[in-house]
Design a protein around this ligand. Structure first.
Ligand code: SAM
Ligand code: SF4
Length: 310
């Protein structure tokens, strides 16, 4: 289950927050204790892995001890973090002491000027430092890059190149028609894989298990790490999707494509845990069969990824 702890952020990435942040009063955001309570109910109903996300999770005060609280919930086996990486090195030590297992870092380019253009901030050196630091500590690291058509052969190559000498997983994610992605063409994972093969030679499938997600991994010969493709549009993986998303405002969503979700905050705040559990199960059973990103006119989700919890 992905758990968003905030919809605020220290960056303004064009893919995720093209219009900046609309402030929501803190009273509408779940407290971290409320979020833990929901995660405990989720664990009692079979959830074993939690990915903490946002907005940027590390800008939420208390995020570090929150990881520890999640880790202590009976049944929760793994807690991981999806972050922009800017504050990661600063919090590395306590995050790991609190039981963080692995990190996903969003990074679309290794070009400092382009990074500034995409995120609105000159933070690339901090992110690169955090990646090196995590690898030095032996923490599993996945980098996530969104595939925008026409932008970045040089970026794709430079990111993929990082997997040559380090055990990194670099994943290319097809751009979904949410937020900025609504009006832009994305590149398909397949075309990017074909192009990377012209640069690195034929890639072998990497059959190792790297988490439970939908990425399909490939390895150029002699590389330590692997290159993954999350082909949400061109390689529809809905049949095997078991994701649930809890937004920072306490809504449980079972598919990125549809706005519909159930409010867990409302019964939680009137102390009705039985109703929280009933709604949790309802969301689980009513998970749509498939997304409809290929037919954007049928999509009901209008929010950007930063509001939903990517
Ligand atoms: N702040 C954290 C981060 O940057 O990793 C967590 C949240 S962020 C919303 C999660 C991811 O969603 C980012 O990698 C972002 O690029 C990605 N994303 C945003 N809009 C997208 C879209 N339309 N299609 C695919 N990925 C998108
Ligand atoms: Fe912030 Fe992550 Fe969205 Fe970038 S992708 S604006 S870092 S929440």
């Amino acid at each position: 289950m992905r758990v968003s702890v905030t919809d605020r952020c220290n960056l303004r990435c064009r893919y995720c927050m093209p219009e900046g942040i609309r402030q929501v009063p803190m009273s509408e955001i779940l407290t971290l204790e409320e979020t833990v309570q929901i995660c405990r109910i989720a664990a009692e109903n079979g959830i074993r892995k939690i990915k903490v996300t946002g907005g940027e999770p590390l800008v939420r005060k208390g995020c570090v001890p929150f990881i520890g609280m999640l880790k202590q919930i009976p049944g929760i086996e793994q807690v991981t973090l999806t972050t922009n990486g800017v504050l990661l090195q600063e919090y590395a030590e306590p995050l790991l002491e609190n039981g963080l297992y692995a990190v996903n870092i969003s990074l679309d380019t290794l070009d400092r000027g382009k990074y500034r253009e995409i995120t609105g901030t000159d933070a690339l050196p901090a992110v690169e430092g955090a990646i090196r630091d995590m690898l030095r500590r032996g923490v599993p690291v996945k980098l996530n890059a969104v595939l925008e058509k026409g932008t970045g052969k040089a970026d794709w190559k430079a990111l993929a190149e990082m997997t040559r000498e380090t055990p990194l997983l670099v994943r290319f994610i097809e751009m979904m028609p949410l937020g900025y992605g609504k009006d832009r063409a994305g590149a398909s994972g397949e075309e990017v894989k074909d192009w990377l093969e012209t640069q690195f030679g034929p890639m072998e499938p990497d059959k190792a298990r790297h988490g439970n997600g939908p990425a399909v991994y490939w390895k150029p010969q002699g590389f330590q790490g692997s290159i993954g493709f999350i082909s949400a549009l061109h390689g529809k993986f809905c049949r095997s999707c078991n994701r649930l998303r809890l937004t920072a405002q306490g809504e449980l969503k079972s598919c990125l494509c549809y706005e519909a979700g159930v409010s867990l905050k409302e019964p939680l705040r009137r102390d009705d845990e039985a109703e929280v559990e009933r709604r949790f199960r309802e969301a689980l059973w009513n998970k749509p069969e498939a997304h409809c990103f290929e037919r954007p006119e049928e999509m009901t989700e209008k929010r950007e990824m930063g509001k939903i919890g990517g």
